[in-house]
Every structure is written in C-alpha cells, then in structure tokens.
Write a protein that binds this ligand. Structure first.
Ligand code: COA
Length: 322
C-alpha cells in the first residue's frame, strides 16, 4: 500500500503583474483578468532553472515533515521545461540533494505531469519495486514562452511542488485514470526542430505555442466527463469528494468544469489567479494554498486532474492524510 507522506512547494521571489506585459505587447490587465483570472505570476531569475526550483520544493517538504530523504530510491521530475534535454532534471535534483543509490527519470506530460508522476510512484511503491519515491512537478515556463505572442505569454509562471510516496499500512490512492488525444498534438506544442505534427505545420522555434481556443474547448468538453468516470471507477459519487483540484490553466476553464459538474466552487482549490499557469506545479500549488487557508486537511478525499499538451490528461483520487 502506498501513501503520500510529505509535501512541499516553492515559488520564485519575483512577482510579475499583468501591467508588465503592457510595455511590449498589445494587452492590458483587464483583458488578462477577464479571460484568464490571472493577476500575478512568478518569474525565475536568470540562471535559476527547473531543477533549482525542484530542490527548493523538496527542501520545503523536508522542513515541513522532518522526513529523511537521504534514502529516497527514485526521483521523478515532471516537467515541460527541463534544464536541458540531457541529463534529465531528476538527475540534477539527485546531484544537488546529494541522494545516493537513486534512480532518476523525468515525466514529460505537460500539465498532466504531476498526476502521471503520482500514478507511476504508486505503481513503484505498491509493487515493491521502490520504497521511497519523490514526485516533483517543476517548471520554469517563463524561460520557454514567446514574449511576442500575446495569446500565450500572459498565461505562464514558474513554480515547483513535491510529494514523497512511501509504503504504509493503508492505501491512500483510491483510483486513477488517464487518456490522450494525440490527434490534437499540434494545438499545444514546443518544438526545437520538427516543423509539423499530424501533418499540420508548426513553428520549431523552441517556444510554447498553442491554439488557445481549441485547448479551451477540449478541456471544457472532456474533463468533466473524465472526472465523473474517475469518481465512478472509485465506486463513489461527487458528494464523496471533498475537493476537486483541476490543473490551474485558466480560471474560466475551472469555472466551466465546476458548472458542468454542478460542484461547489469553494471546494475547488486553484493556483492560477496568484501564480498563473505553472503546468506540472499547478496542482501541488493549489493544494498547498488550500491547506494554508484552512481548506484541504487530513482525512479529506481529494480528486486531482491534470490536462494539457498531448493533448493528454491524468486523474487521481487520493485520501489526503498529511
Ligand atoms: N490581450 C488582449 N487581447 C488579446 C490577447 C491579449 N493577451 N490575446 C488574444 N487577444 C485577442 C485576440 O487576438 C482576439 O482578437 P480578435 O477578436 O480581434 O481576433 C481576442 O482577444 C479574442 O481571442 P480569443 O483567442 O478568442 O480569446 P479567448 O477568450 O479564447 O482567450 C486564451 C484566449 C488563450 C486566454 C484562452 O483561449 C485560453 O485560456 N485557452 C486555454 C489556454 C490554456 O489553458 N492552455 C494551457 C492548457 S494546459
């Protein structure tokens, strides 16, 4: 049986409000807030990369839990913005934390990354392959966004969140699901060299590009259905779920999902208004914020669902015991 036994987050110090973008693109604070809900986001410093944020989130996890991480035997970093393609970000984290005898791998599933990471860690721990697994969602998206593209650069922020998964005497993970529409891969991408996806021409300039309207429609049209399927798979109803934590892509997407489900918005933690879209870090940030504000607490049943580039999604229902 596997459990989440510790949790931590980190956001860079620099707070950037919407007025920052008015200096170099045709946009304004009101448009950004009304279309996305985003008021501020954090920018990492020059020379501060995904593995640096990941290490700080793990440090927060250690400080808040008192856990010894020297015997962690696997690190999974979920990211869309690795320090570089090779070595992977998990290996950088292993080195910086000085953890010995530890396997390392990155999960590359955009905004669904953190939940995919939890699924993999659960499989590792539950099967006995590994005993102590760190799952870290970490992003420095502001380093790979196109500052000339007003439809995307206003969305993103940098942050990291970390969870420790260990064996325990009860099962915290109740149900999982996942799925992918690879046919919509060209709607949200980052390409360094290839200039087409699914036969559709793309810009290989190494920056995030998206068809915002298409991603929006896909998320709103599919995620409520996938949440219902997951709840049913767990043998539960929505009334049994204390909190739903969707990926914090856009407040309007979250509101549309919640409306479709007829679920109370006050039980849907979000991180997008304060931190922007932080991809694989957005769910841990929303959970941490909710916990700080007296929301999610020990014993709650929490449904998380990440979704994004792929287009892909991953969901999990977890008994929150920390
Ligand atoms: N400031 C001002 N105007 C902007 C703008 C900006 N930053 N970005 C786009 N516009 C303009 C468009 O050019 C368009 O103008 P036009 O009508 O003259 O052509 C108008 O605003 C409406 O654009 P549209 O793309 O229809 O806006 P929208 O309501 O769909 O909002 C997004 C755009 C990107 C905010 C929205 O589509 C979205 O959030 N999509 C999902 C993105 C996402 O979450 N991606 C990650 C998923 S994990």
């Amino acid at each position: 049986m596997s459990q989440i036994t510790a949790f931590g987050t980190y956001v860079p110090e620099r707070i950037v409000d919407n007025h920052y973008f008015e200096e170099f693109i045709d946009t304004n604070d009101e448009w950004i807030i009304s279309r996305t809900g985003i008021k501020t986001r954090r920018f990492s410093k020059d020379g501060e990369y995904t593995s640096d944020l990941a290490v700080k989130a793990v440090n927060d996890l250690v400080e808040s839990s008192g856990k010894d991480i020297s015997d962690v035997d696997f690190i999974i970093v979920c990211t869309t913005s690795p320090d570089q393609p090779m070595p992977n970000s998990a290996s950088r984290v292993q080195y910086k934390l000085g953890i010995q005898n530890c396997g390392c791998n990155d999960v590359y599933a955009a905004c669904a990354g953190f939940v995919y990471g939890l699924q993999i860690a659960h499989g590792f721990v539950n099967s006995g392959i590994y005993r102590k697994v760190l799952v870290i969602g970490s992003e420095t998206l502001t380093k790979i966004m196109d500052l000339e593209d007003r439809t995307s650069c206003i969305l993103f922020g940098d942050a990291a969140g970390a969870a420790l998964i260990e064996p325990g005497d009860s099962e915290h993970f109740i149900a999982f699901n996942s799925g992918t529409n690879g046919d919509l891969g060209h709607d949200l991408y980052l390409s360094h060299k290839k200039n087409s996806i699914n036969g559709v021409g793309i810009n290989p300039h190494g920056k995030i590009v998206q068809n915002g309207r298409s991603v929006f429609k896909w998320a709103v049209g599919n995620i409520p259905k996938k949440i219902r399927e997951l709840v049913e798979k767990a043998g539960m109803t929505l009334d049994d779920i204390d909190y739903i934590v969707p990926h914090s892509a856009n407040l309007r997407i979250i509101e549309a999902i919640v409306k479709d489900l007829d679920y109370p918005m006050e039980r849907v933690p979000e991180s997008v208004t304060e931190f922007g879209n932080t991809s694989s870090a957005s769910i841990p940030l929303a959970i941490a914020k909710s916990k700080r504000n007296g929301g999610i607490k020990k014993g709650d049943t929490v449904l998380m669902i990440g979704f994004g580039g792929g287009l892909t999604f991953a969901g999990a229902i977890v008994k929150w015991e920390i």
